[in-house]
Design a protein around this ligand. Structure first.
Ligand code: GLN
Length: 195
């Protein structure tokens, strides 16, 4: 299994280290030739969605990644990555992949509560640590979107088909639940391809 981690800006290295601990090999997607290689899944890391979106377009990587997601490649978007996946951004007119039928709000917790750390239930895993940094949350989601975590009535983790999106940063904590779920999903999608 090889995971392509988008590495144009933001916290990509932390994902690579976390996955490396689980024995998963990552490659960095920095330029067009990288997204033409073969890999089994994509990570869109946290960082600054506006910068990442702009760079991916300028580097001619955007449409290729968008097609890979539309074709069913498993993708994990964290924080800025969630914003890039969202169909709508309620407080920004910019548009990115639009593959995830949700409306997100950028910097949704405001300036004062910009960053915080909690423990909260995630899917069937029980409580896991969640680190939020100038995070978005999901204001509304299509009924087909599965909600994996809600904190204070706000949706902070979802899955829709091949896409998992999180408001928080699993790469900054030692808990591996999110990666385990993602790896299971990749394995499932690989076995479906073999059939
Ligand atoms: N506020 C950032 C954005 O809008 C996201 C923050 C993060 O990824 N930690 O892109």
């Amino acid at each position: 299994m090889r995971i392509g981690v988008v590495a144009v800006q933001g916290a990509f290295l932390e994902h690579e280290i976390a996955l490396g601990r689980l024995g998963v090999h990552c490659i960095e997607l920095r330029q067009k030739k990288d997204v033409l290689q073969s890999y089994d899944a994509i990570i869109l890391p946290g960082g600054e969605s506006t910068v990442q979106g702009k760079l991916l377009k300028e580097l001619d990587m955007f449409e290729i990644i968008q097609s890979q997601i539309n074709d069913g490649m498993p993708v994990l978007g964290t924080c800025a990555g969630m914003i890039l996946l969202a169909e709508h951004i309620s407080n920004d007119s910019r548009e990115y992949f639009k593959t995830l039928p949700v409306t997100v709000r950028r910097n949704a917790y405001g300036r004062q509560l910009g960053s915080f750390h909690i423990k909260h239930t995630f899917a069937s895993f029980g409580e896991i640590p969640m680190t939020f940094i100038r995070a978005p949350y999901i204001e509304s989601a299509d009924p087909n979107v599965q909600i994996l975590a809600k904190v204070d009535e706000k949706i902070v983790a979802v899955q829709y088909l091949n896409q998992i999106a999180l408001s928080f940063h699993p790469e900054l904590d030692n808990d591996t639940s999110v990666y385990e779920r993602f790896i299971k999903q990749i394995t499932k999608s690989q076995s479906l391809q073999l059939k």
